[in-house]
Design a protein around this ligand. Structure first.
Ligand code: WT7
Length: 630
């Protein structure tokens, strides 16, 4: 694995990676343990799409995360676990212990009928057992599908259905700030409509009361007593599926993004080490939940592949108070801290008194991910957390890209607030105009696409390959389309300008407007709805819902509460509408298409310049909508 140490070297490596990608990536892949080396580095075709990396190679990613580190750093801490409540003692798990626990749980899975290729759903709080469950699936060749613990039973059920899972791993409950979340009861509700699930393995966390269903439900602590820690890793093909992770799109239900074993492994470690410039022995903390791709790639796989020490935090940034992140950094002497702009903005809003008690002098590198970071938040992060001594890596990437794509290399690439800066070696971004022409040169703005594959690229959407093509490869033939708008400045630096499709980034979480509309429409009094985003100081984007009712309701406040409850039930609290406006109609074209452009403008409070409304079926609704805007 080549470690870039200067900007000159970056430019040299970049050039080499573009001129001869196969040689470049083969070199990065050499250092891993392969049971059988690949026959060919790359086979690809974006028109299907059909993408294969390290073709014919055999490996197991957990052997590379765990076994290969044992001789050199068996006693080093692999995972530091910091509980929700600062008064509870946490855990430090060495590589040796983690290896042993993963092997034991792998045997538990096998005893409960799991085998290579099965899909296993994981719905857990941020406790070590979650990381262990993920790695155990990978060890036996089962495909993990982690569902964020904040999703509702309906979202969970949809995901279990789509992936046709036969096992669910969960906990009795989870702690998040001052709240307890009854996870097992959500699973019970979800499974009423999921006959494919034969086993539920439950770990104890909150000791809340749970109902265990005979035959189906077993306790983690009972099962673990029945097994040894001897479990050799299943031999996997490079292109065998490693995991499924659901992400929202502009239409329909969430898509199961599929990543495979070989390419994902090579890509996550390469990017982890180069972006963060991770040095052996450093303490690294990514605040993302493992339920998102950031948690998969840069809390679990990347750091463990590098033999690093990764911190896992169960709680939230504001419990017991808004100084918790900084307290944890001092307590564990964190060197690298990776979080989201929405967290930075919310902590900034609560004031510096929560930062002042802490030294934060262990920090060396800061990272940002999930949405564009505004300049104000960037400077606050730089001045108050990094004390102007820590480079900030504004990392742009996606669930579908597997790993970081455009980002500064910490301390090497000159940063500019708001810019993700330059593509990593191996990444070939292009900006296209509406017609799909490449915008060459600098000082241009267009749709961000990729013209060449990288090892971490999405391979398919589970059980529906056509959807993968439609969503990412159909708009611009021969390119992977990201869904983002982007500007390349006069120096060739990239600045992401935001989504150009019908998805909204709310607190860094991607939500499909169609999905939220569907959840709202489940309310019996709702005939139709249209959801758009509006700029929000803390969340980045908020959710604005226009709702048409079956019949008038005088108790508007009550109605709005019910609509929010419906969204909670069908999606989860993260999709809660911030504003709900009752309307009698929506601005539709004669062909029935909702003109979201108008709805977005009104939601933003910008009533000027609504553009041409003459093609609308009923231009009068626009006046009504403007008059009732919130
Ligand atoms: C979308 C992907 C990246 C892992 C977590 C989110 C937005 C992400 C940045 C950034 C500007 C960003 C994009 C992207 N995004 N990082 N540094 N600057 N925008 O993964 O949920 O799949 O979302 O997040 O819009 O397409 P995701």
């Amino acid at each position: 694995m080549s470690r870039i140490t200067s900007i000159e070297e970056y430019h040299k490596e970049y050039k080499r990676s573009v001129e001869n990608p196969e040689a470049f990536w083969a070199e990065q892949a050499e250092q891993f343990v392969w049971k059988k080396k690949w026959d060919k580095v790359l086979d690809w075709n974006f028109n299907e799409p059909d993408i294969k990396w390290f073709v014919g190679g055999k490996l197991n990613i957990t052997e590379n995360c765990l076994d290969r580190h044992l001789s050199e750093r068996g006693n080093q801490t692999a995972i530091i676990w910091e509980p929700n409540n600062p008064n509870e003692s946490g855990r430090k798990i060495s590589y040796k212990e983690l290896h042993s626990e993963v092997c034991r749980f792998s045997n538990v899975l096998k005893n409960n009928g799991a085998k290579k290729g099965d899909r296993i759903c994981i719905y857990m709080p941020m406790i070590p057992e979650l990381a262990i469950a993920v790695l155990a699936c990978a060890r036996i060749g089962a495909i993990h599908s982690v569902v964020f613990g904040g999703f509702s039973f309906q979202s969970l059920s949809d995901r279990i259905h789509d992936a046709d899972c036969n096992i669910v791993i969960t906990a009795d409950g989870g702690f998040r700030g001052a709240k307890d979340i009854a996870l097992k009861s959500v699973v019970d509700e979800a499974l009423k409509t999921c006959p494919s699930v034969k086993k539920v393995i439950v770990t104890k966390r909150t000791n809340c009361e749970v109902i265990m269903q005979n035959e189906r439900d077993v306790w983690w602590h009972d099962e673990i007593k029945k097994v040894t820690d001897d479990c050799s890793p299943e031999m996997m093909d490079s292109e065998d599926k490693l995991f499924i992770l659901y992400t929202s799109g502009s239409t329909g239900k969430p898509k199961g993004v599929v990543h495979t074993c070989g390419g994902y492994m090579v890509y996550t470690q390469y990017t982890f080490e180069n972006v963060f410039q991770y040095k052996k022995g450093e303490i690294y903390w990514c605040t993302a939940d493992i339920g998102w791709i950031t948690g998969h790639s840069y809390l679990v796989y990347g750091p463990l592949l590098s033999g690093g020490t990764t911190l896992m935090f169960e709680g939230i940034p504001t419990f017991p108070d808004a100084g918790r992140f900084w307290q944890v950094i001092d307590k564990h002497q964190v060197n690298i801290f990776y979080t989201a702009p929405t967290a930075i903005r919310s902590l900034e809003a609560l004031g510096l008194d929560f930062v002042k008690p802490y030294k934060l002098n262990s920090l060396r590198v800061l990272g940002s991910v999930g949405e564009p970071i505004n300049e104000e938040a960037w400077h606050w992060y730089d001045e108050n957390i990094g004390k102007k001594k820590c480079p900030i890596a504004d990392t742009w990437w996606q669930t579908e890209t597997g790993g970081i794509m455009i980002s500064p290399l910490a301390g090497i690439t000159k940063t500019i607030p708001g810019f993700a800066t330059l593509p990593l070696p191996g990444i070939q971004p292009v900006l296209l105009d509406e017609k799909g022409n490449e915008l060459v040169g600098n000082s241009v703005e267009g749709r961000l696409c990729m013209k060449f594959p990288w090892p971490g690229i999405i391979r398919t959407t589970y059980n529906n390959h056509a959807r993968c093509y439609d969503a990412y490869f159909s708009q611009f033939k021969g390119y992977y389309f990201t869904g983002d708008g982007c500007r390349r400045d006069e120096n060739g630096y990239y600045r992401i300008t935001g989504r150009v499709d019908d998805v909204i980034k709310v607190s860094g979480h991607l939500l499909g407007t169609a999905e939220v509309e569907n959840a709202i429409n489940q309310h019996p009094d709702v005939v139709e709805s249209a959801v758009v985003g509006f700029p929000h100081d803390i969340k980045g984007w908020g959710i604005y819902a226009y709702v048409i009712l079956e019949h008038e309701r005088k108790d508007t406040d009550e109605l709005k509460k019910e609509i929010i409850a419906s969204v909670n039930k069908y999606m989860g609290a993260i999709a809660k509408p911030d504003k709900i406006q009752i309307v009698s109609g929506l601005p539709k074209t004669r062909s029935g298409k909702i003109m979201r452009r108008i709805l977005r403008k009104v939601a933003e409070g910008d009533f000027s310049n609504l553009g041409d409304t003459s093609t609308l079926l009923d231009p009068a609704v626009v006046e009504e909508i403007k008059a009732g805007a919130i």
